[in-house]
Design a protein around this ligand. Structure first.
Ligand SMILES: [Zn+2]
Ligand SMILES: [Zn+2]
Length: 156
């Protein structure tokens, strides 16, 4: 499983690979130099489940699509660009078809994406073959837990 640990101090994303062979007990943030202790559970080491966040110790997670918004936007922009050329030459029907195809492609790409599990508190992300158990994002839970975490690390 791969973890994208979020540095509590500067919000840098720090990729950490976790496997049975060995996991670093601590990592150092490449941006601000802060040391981050990692407490990895057995389930996480075996890529079975995400049960406790190795970065903040929280046990509340949500699932979201592992979507890169830049990629989706690129598909739509390229589609719109090609479509505009056909439109310019008076081929409206082709222009609209290309636009529709680009939107459809976007949907297909979105639908095929895997879920990524995210920690409510520190926003670390977990990618791997483990079984997805986290529910959908809940704003109330997020508000409550983020506040609690920020107090804990002394941001508020
Ligand atoms: Zn940092
Ligand atoms: Zn966390």
């Amino acid at each position: 499983m791969q973890i994208l640990a979020k540095c509590p101090q500067c919000d840098a994303s720090l990729p950490v690979d976790i496997d049975a062979a060995g996991t670093p007990a601590a990592i150092r943030c490449g941006r601000c130099g802060r040391d981050l202790a990692l407490t990895v559970t057995d389930a996480e080491r075996a890529d079975r489940a995400v049960d406790r966040c190795p970065v903040c110790g929280g046990a509340d997670f949500y699932a979201r699509k592992d979507f890169d918004p830049k990629l989706g936007l690129t598909v739509v922009i390229i589609g719109a660009g090609i479509s505009a050329i056909f439109y310019w030459f008076g081929r409206d029907l082709i222009a609209y078809s290309i636009l529709a195809a680009a939107a459809l492609l976007d949907l297909v790409v979105y639908g095929r994406l895997k879920d990524v599990t995210v920690c409510y508190r520190c926003h670390s992300e977990f990618r791997g073959a483990y079984r997805r158990t986290a529910g959908a994002f809940d704003l109330h839970t997020a508000d409550r837990l983020e506040l609690e975490y920020e107090r804990k690390i002394g941001r508020r």
